[in-house]
Design a protein around this ligand. Structure first.
Ligand SMILES: Cc1ncc(COP(=O)(O)O)c(C=O)c1O
Length: 487
């Protein structure tokens, strides 16, 4: 091992002599310098920080089980123990009875893929007339369902929502169900506006039509379950609702576990059976995978187990009280800023707000300039472009600073003499598409200022152009862009 402390300027090739330990860690630290500093509490999304002490416990547990392999729990019974404990706890939170079972997965997306795969294969056995399976989902449902449809050859049938409340439209769900429907989907809450769909009413439709019903509680299910236990007034969304057959619930979001860990729970074992995959058709060991991954680290399982047991119910309750109080202040504070408006009525600590009279994407850049981060979301039908805020334990204390920053940022954007006019961008994009058709890609990239291999620091123009693009073209350009950025 080379002990020289110097590190080569470029680290993209494999050194012949290994680097010194300090140089390895120095290099990693230098890579993180450009990341948004989430520890400051000013990154209102993406990270879920339970506080230094609980996080250090979860991280230590994570490291202790990092090398254990969940591929074979008969060799690593610790993996079986941690998983069954976690599922027991989550089942209780979701008020499931002893029949409810589940699996841990690597994240919300894997949980959703599993639920869709299980529903499709359940349909193959119990509704063999279905050859072209369909899934009914509101337009507010997460993109992971569209991914699942693509991967498992299920047709997504989109249904509407109320543009004022963002609640899924139950009648359009009922109308969209056909003899080919294998699954209905709703969210508790939807990520974008933090609103719980009318789960009870959709459950009635699911029973009436004899269709499986998945509730996506990935982002908020844990937070909401504790809120309910604490007496907050919330609509039911869990296994107490007749008709709900599966629920996805992430530990690595408002469970405050280190990434990557989520779960998917089923009302009965015979439903979960269709999620599993076994194979013995080759010269290899027999494969028995409960979810999508095969080899998997014990780290996330230990991290999740540790955070649940270290925080305990009282730890979560303390967090939730603090976060909900901060959310109420934040929503009221944003609504009080002239030109900003919170969309809908969020049920928990996530929400979005839009702007009136100026371009919200310019505000997003200003927010970033002021060392905060709020996530831009594009226009969708009648829903205007907006910025998303997820508050949590690590960000709740920054609310007053965030409001002061927003007041300043809005004033600066309004004073900007050269705003990017969204309507003008939209008109130019439409004209380019009309004139150049399929060949518009290069012109659009040039207009957005996307250069090969890097992101511009100012995202407002790029976001404004993407906002104006039709879905398919925007998706194509996003994949193409990522394809350029990564080796
Ligand atoms: C409601 C909802 N479902 C699913 C997902 C996907 O989760 P993951 O990013 O862990 O795959 C998210 C992510 O934010 C979400 O908010």
């Amino acid at each position: 091992m080379n002990t020289a402390a110097t590190q080569p300027p470029e680290l993209t090739t494999l050194p012949f002599e290994g680097m010194a330990k300090e140089a390895v860690f120095d290099a990693l630290a230098s890579f993180k310098k450009a990341d948004v500093p989430w520890r400051s509490g000013r990154m209102l999304g993406y990270t879920y920080d339970p506080g230094e002490d609980p996080m250090s416990v979860a991280q230590e547990a994570y490291m202790q089980c990092l090398t254990e392999n969940g591929l074979d729990w008969s060799v690593f019974p610790s993996m079986h123990k941690m998983e069954t404990d976690i599922i027991h706890i989550l089942r209780e939170l979701l008020r499931g009875d002893d029949e409810v079972v589940g699996s841990c997965t690597s994240g919300g997306t894997e949980s959703i893929l599993c639920a869709v795969k299980a529903a499709r294969d359940y349909g193959r056995v119990h509704k063999p007339h279905i050859v072209e399976p369909e899934m009914v989902l509101p337009e507010t449902a997460h993109g992971a369902f569209h991914k699942a449809c693509l991967y498992f050859n299920v047709k997504p049938v989109l249904t509407g929502y109320d543009p004022g409340t963002f609640l899924a439209d139950v009648d359009s769900i009922r109308d969209a169900i056909t003899k080919n429907t294998i699954l209905i989907v709703a969210s508790a809450p939807g990520y974008a506006q933090g609103v719980i769909d009318p789960i009870r009413k959709i459950g009635e439709v699911a029973l009436e039509k004899n269709v499986l019903f998945h509730v996506d509680a990935c982002v908020g299910g844990i937070h909401l379950s504790f809120m309910r236990r604490m007496g907050y007034d919330l609509p039911d969304f869990d296994f107490t609702v007749p008709g709900v057959t599966s629920i996805s619930l992430d530990m690595h979001k408002y469970g405050y576990a280190p990434k990557n860990i989520s779960s998917v729970l089923y009302r009965r074992k015979d439903l979960r059976f269709f999620q599993y995959f076994s194979n013995r058709r080759n010269t290899c060991y027999a494969l028995v995978n409960p979810a999508i991954l095969s080899t998997k680290s014990g780290g996330p399982y230990a991290g999740a187990w540790a955070i649940l047991h270290y925080l305990g119910e009282s730890g979560y309750r303390t967090i939730i009280k603090k976060v909900q109080d901060a959310t109420n202040r934040c929503v009221a504070g944003i609504n009080a800023i002239d030109g900003l408006r919170v969309l809908g009525k969020p049920d928990m600590c996530m929400f979005s707000f839009t702007s009136e009279g100026f371009n919200i994407f310019e505000l997003a850049d200003k927010v970033r300039e002021k060392s905060f981060y709020m996530q831009p979301q594009f226009t969708h039908g009648n829903t205007p472009a907006n910025l998303h805020v997820s508050l949590g334990h690590g960000t709740a204390d920054s609310v007053d600073a965030a409001l002061a920053m927003l007041r300043e940022a809005v004033a600066e954007v309004k004073a900007n003499p050269n705003p990017i006019d969204l309507e003008l961008v939209r008109g130019t994009v439409h004209k380019m598409l009309a004139d150049l058709g399929e060949n518009a890609g290069d012109a659009l990239r040039a207009m957005a200022g996307i250069s090969e291999g890097g992101l511009p620091t100012q995202m407002a123009l790029i976001n404004s152009v993407f906002d104006a693009l039709p879905n398919e073209l925007a998706e194509n350009m996003l994949s193409d862009y990522m394809n350029q950025v990564f080796v």
